[in-house]
Design a protein around this ligand. Structure first.
Ligand SMILES: Cc1ncc(COP(=O)(O)O)c(C=O)c1O
Length: 390
């Protein structure tokens, strides 16, 4: 079956964050929304079909997480990433961001230091600061249109108060897929000092050809015992509204601490549509995902070509994964608020401001290209016309 990613889906008036909160976030509702990380494509038919089938039963009472949910996760990770995980390592979480917050609470103490690598997905900052932990920044270095980890600066931040590091792999917003040497070096620094690694791998199924995702915890048993991996089908299959994700925690002590907190706050039951969707996605989703990645690659090529040809003052940081693309707009010479206003009011676009990802992101914008090509083309033409008018 050939899936049609060109087909527009009308998302207005569905309580969609991306569409229906435009006025609130950008001050106007007529912009093309390319900010929140979900896709403007239909959620795959085999997932909608599985949910409809469940709805044929007329009762939606209390449920527990079925064994088939865990088995689907085991099978998917083995097939896609060659990562063998026993079911006993898996815990439910009602979203990766909730999980990061719960893990900070369960596995560290107030006053502990936690390292993040900006520019990075900004809920990492609040997951640390919301709970009285100290945010330590190990900024990525931007050299020759590529981001690298700065191990020298990392070593200088490591002291006995650092108890955790939060990694984004693949990295949001730069699209980096971290390679084995980098991951091993990062893990070496953390293992030496007993630092727990939270590896947010939510984008790990959205890898462009030429790159390969390596689960950090799959690199060695000692790394696994100090790593909690956060994963979900939500980005891959456009299911974010179902609040269903999971953690892989090989270390039984760490797992017990997380599971206990999850239980104490009673958010571990999940929801039946989430289980149904995950199982359908992970058992039937390979071919849809293959076609999705081809379409996203074409969108990426289109964006890159268009910008090279018509917007030479903007640089595309070539992503190896994800449908979020990081744009270096510093040559436009605007201050951060000015750039924001320009994108909203002159270009008519709702992008994610780079400065939200940390001060290193000032002068950058993040654009979501998971939309029909016609929408992407319209957005880029609007941007070109706005830049031509400066
Ligand atoms: C790196 C990363 N982690 C987590 C999330 C959100 O996860 P969830 O919706 O499961 O809380 C996102 C969404 O953009 C993300 O990019």
């Amino acid at each position: 079956m050939k899936y049609n990613f060109d087909k527009p889906v009308l998302r207005e008036n569905t309580s969609s964050v991306k569409y229906d909160l435009r006025s609130k976030v950008f001050g106007r509702s007529d912009i093309i929304p390319m900010w929140v990380a979900d896709m403007d494509f239909q959620t795959p038919d085999f997932i909608l079909g599985a949910i409809r089938k469940r709805l044929q039963h007329e009762t939606l009472g209390y449920t527990f997480i079925p064994d088939s949910f865990f088995q689907a996760i085991v099978n998917w990770n083995f097939r896609r990433h060659g990562w063998q995980i026993p079911k006993e390592w898996i815990s439910f979480s009602p979203g990766v961001v909730p999980a990061l917050n719960l893990l900070v609470m369960a596995l560290t103490r107030p006053g502990d230091k936690i390292i993040v690598q900006p520019p990075v997905y900004f809920p990492f900052f609040s997951a640390v600061q919301n709970h009285g932990r100290i945010l330590v920044r190990n900024p990525l270095r931007y050299e020759k249109e590529r981001y690298r980890m700065d191990f020298e600066q990392l070593s200088s931040c490591l002291d006995e108060k650092v108890s955790m590091l939060i990694l984004s792999n693949p990295h949001n917003p730069t699209g980096n897929v971290w390679d084995k040497e980098v991951l091993l070096e990062l893990a070496r620094c953390c293992l030496e000092r007993n630092i727990i690694m939270l590896s947010d791998e939510i984008h790990c199924d959205l890898i462009f050809s030429g790159s390969r995702h390596l689960p950090l915890a799959g690199l060695s048993p000692s790394i696994a015992s100090q790593t909690v991996t956060c994963m979900a089908p939500s980005k891959t299959f456009n299911l974010a509204g179902l609040s269903t994700s999971y953690l892989v925690i090989p270390n039984p002590e760490l797992k017990k601490k997380y599971d206990t907190l999850l239980d104490q706050v009673h958010v571990g039951a999940g929801n039946i549509f989430g289980f149904t969707a995950l199982e359908a996605a992970y058992s039937e989703g390979e071919e849809w995902l293959r076609q999705l990645m081809l379409y996203l690659q074409e969108n990426l090529d289109f964006l890159t070509g268009f910008i090279q040809q018509h917007l030479p003052r903007i640089k595309v940081i070539k992503p190896e994964a994800t449908y979020m693309v990081w744009l270096d707009c510093r040559d436009l010479g605007m201050k951060k608020e000015e750039l924001r206003d320009f994108m909203i009011h002159r270009a008519g676009l709702g992008l994610s401001d780079g400065f939200l990802f940390g001060e290193e992101g000032e002068g950058f914008q993040r654009i979501n290209i998971a939309c029909p090509r016609s929408v992407l083309e319209k957005a880029l033409c609007q941007l070109r016309d706005a830049v031509d008018g400066i």
